[in-house]
Design a protein around this ligand. Structure first.
Ligand code: NAI
Length: 370
């Protein structure tokens, strides 16, 4: 079953058919729930695919309304991580932790306990940041496990900045499809966080005309001062802004039945995961001639950066991340040839590679892990 459908099911009844769907059809290798009320730990760990190598995926820390939505999020995100590995032919797969923000949560203790859990997986899962996980949290994880992309001298460097570099290269590829360059490109940038901010810096430096939105007023003011960015009026939804590229860099689901009829962009390319509320929205974008850069391709710079650091012992050079632009251009070309939505083309390519993996799931010997 598609994790998107699971999400719908989860918000309905939690019955045996759901459990069957999760354990059977969805083909996840491992799903665990971690709970320790004394410190406020409540999390879902999903490991999707390790037949090509260890699972890679960050910790998303979010005020989920319960474990059901956390499970749905972990499943969707973990599957996307597998697709990212496959599309880059990285010997690894996807995993994710969906960590619930709980009242009175002892943040340091929660991340350290999560670190204990990840360490005992012995290298089957290598983790890093996602929305809501800060540098201090990664350092807390790093106190207990070797299998985390640390933000200090012991780690690969900033995963978010690598993601931003990949998104920038993706927007360059999108601009080429629109017969434009970055200079003068009108970009609506939604979210000025760990990825959105360095992306905005690159775009502004290259001469893009930015309109920006964020919940944090100080970031908005800085963007106006430093980049000359226009600030989005509070009552205007970002997807409706008339522009060349809409770059969603906050949360997913921004292209939905509600926003589709109002979309003002010629193309969509940003870091947010699961930009499309469902596959139907992607088909509708294609029908309307709005170019969509598949999120799991365009936002894969961080995965490349962290995974290659772990697998090869050194961070890849910026050119390796920027090659995401070329990969995207190939996806767009194939989508034109097939007259199919780009995300469908990219998913089919990645899924083929995952299905071709014949090795058993990855359970490393403790001593064999770097
Ligand atoms: P973040 O939490 O650092 O930044 C998100 C920003 O969006 C914050 O500044 C927040 O105020 C803003 N925001 C939230 N809701 C908003 C709204 N409705 N309108 C405008 N702004 C809003 O998150 P981060 O790490 O920058 O990630 C952003 C997206 O990119 C997420 O979907 C994440 O899953 C995805 N992503 C992040 C990667 C990374 O390396 N950090 C890697 C791949 C994907």
């Amino acid at each position: 079953m598609d994790p998107e459908k699971l999400e719908t099911t989860i918000s309905g009844a939690m019955d045996a058919s759901l459990i069957d769907a999760v354990l059977g059809e969805a083909e996840f290798e491992q799903i665990e729930i971690l709970r320790e009320p004394e410190i406020g730990l409540s999390a879902v760990v999903a490991i999707h695919h390790t037949r090509l190598g260890p699972a890679f995926g960050g910790v998303r820390c979010h005020p989920y309304s319960g474990l059901g939505p956390a499970l749905a999020d972990a499943l969707r995100l973990a599957r996307h991580m597998s697709l990212k590995c496959a599309i880059h032919e990285i010997p690894g797969g996807g995993g994710k932790v969906a960590l619930c923000v709980t009242p009175g949560m002892d943040r340091g203790a929660v991340y350290r306990r999560l670190g204990d859990y990840i360490e005992q997986l012995g290298g089957r899962f290598y983790t890093g940041p996602d929305t809501g996980t800060q540098e201090a949290d990664l350092l807390a994880l790093g106190e207990r496990t070797r299998f985390v992309a640390r933000p200090d001298a012991h780690g690969p460097g900033s995963i978010a900045e690598a993601t931003a570099l990949g998104v920038f290269a993706g927007i360059e590829a999108v601009a080429r499809e629109l017969d434009q360059g970055i200079a003068g490109l009108r970009v609506m940038l939604q979210g000025l966080g760990a990825v959105g901010w360095p992306l905005g810096e690159r775009l502004a430096a290259a001469g893009a005309e930015l309109t920006v939105s964020d919940l944090d007023q100080r970031r908005l003011e800085r963007a106006a001062d430093e980049w000359g960015a226009e600030l989005l009026a509070h009552d205007v939804p970002a997807p409706t802004v008339s522009c060349d590229v809409f770059a969603p860099c906050a949360l997913g689901g921004v292209v939905s039945d509600d926003t589709l009829p109002l979309l003002g962009a010629s193309a969509i390319a940003g870091s947010a995961n699961n930009v499309l509320a469902d596959a139907r929205c992607g088909r509708e974008l294609h029908r309307r001639g709005i170019l969509f850069a598949p999120d799991f391709v365009v936002n894969s710079g961080g995965l490349l950066f962290g995974a290659l650091f772990h697998l090869e012992g050194a961070s890849p050079p910026p050119e390796r991340i920027a090659a995401i632009g070329d990969l995207l251009a190939r996806v767009f070309f194939e989508a034109t040839v097939q007259d199919a939505p780009p995300e469908q083309v990219a998913e089919a390519l990645a899924a083929q590679r995952l299905q071709a993996a014949k090795a058993p799931p990855f359970f490393p010997q403790r001593d064999a892990v770097p």
